[in-house]
Design a protein around this ligand. Structure first.
Ligand code: OAD
Length: 253
């Protein structure tokens, strides 16, 4: 199932970079961004809701969408892909996860070095003064079809609180982006897992890895723009492929 070259590259790797997207959380029950939206959002696509303009025009719709996603994430569990990625760190000296996901499933599975490029569902802040917002404890009880919810007001300045994610048209957090590029440039093997590889600048990372001489491995059930650049394309679900790969490379260790 796996090529000898892949097994040899992984056994000798000292530095891994694992770049992940929504496909890694799909098997935990979190819809990807390319899945059709349903319920209240059926006439929208994710890229039209994840913008500053959408929040300015329809704050109740956008806040409701993020609350629905946050409730889903709080109620779900990491899947075998998250656990296999966390396990990589016990076999390779340096293992860094770079994620576009705004959930915390890598951390809950035990990954310790996780760089978030697109922010977090759990770190809302004031849209004006930037003060962090404290969510009430527990899992919000959101109906499956979603609902409109007014964003809360900032306790300091009274302005609207906004989701703590990076929207289309906004810059990535500079420190995280610098860190992502640094670990990508230094790695021996670069994984791109469960991402459609279309959203920039994050989608530059596999190219940066390849130009630095890393062996690039993609895991995805679908073809993507990365197929031509990757040294190895593993076609299938991350939750099935990754545990099998860890077992094949480090069986008994
Ligand atoms: P996408 O929703 O664009 O792509 C998900 C990818 O995961 C697709 O290529 C699927 O084929 C693949 N996939 C689905 N199920 C999988 C599974 N079980 N195992 C492995 N792969 C699977 O998600 P991202 O590439 O993460 O940005 O999207 C990138 C960014 O675009 C997101 O962070 C978000 C989005 O709009 C912002 O909100 C700024």
């Amino acid at each position: 199932m796996f090529s000898d070259e892949l097994l040899v590259r992984l056994r000798s790797a000292r530095r891994l970079a694992v770049f992940t997207g929504a496909g890694v959380s799909q098997e935990s029950g979190i819809p990807t961004f390319r899945d059709a939206l349903t319920g209240l959002w059926q006439n929208y696509d994710a890229s039209s809701l994840a913008t500053p303009e959408a929040f300015a025009q329809q704050p109740d719709l956008v806040w409701g969408w993020y609350e629905w996603r946050r409730a889903k994430v709080l109620a779900c569990q990491p899947n075998p892909a998250h656990y296999a990625i966390a396990k990589l760190a016990s076999h390779v000296a340096h293992c860094n996860v770079i994620t576009q996901n705004v959930d915390d499933l890598h951390e809950r599975a035990g990954s310790r070095h996780v760089v978030h490029l697109h922010g977090s569902l759990h770190a809302a802040r004031c849209s004006v003064c930037g003060l962090g917002f404290e969510y009430p404890p527990g899992i919000p009880d959101e109906p499956e079809g979603g609902r409109h919810i007014s964003p809360p007001a900032c306790v300091s300045c009274g302005a609207q609180v906004r989701p703590g994610v990076v929207w289309f048209g906004e810059s990535l957090p500079q420190q995280n982006w610098d860190q992502a590029q640094a670990v990508t440039e230094q790695c021996d093997v670069f994984f791109s897992i469960g991402t459609s590889s279309v959203v920039y600048p994050a989608a530059q990372l596999p190219m940066l890895a390849a130009s630095g001489g890393a062996y690039v491995v993609q895991i995805n059930p679908q073809a993507t723009d990365l197929d031509g650049l990757a040294d190895c394309n593993l076609r299938g679900k991350a939750g099935a492929i990754l545990p099998a790969l860890v077992q094949a490379v480090w069986a008994g260790r």
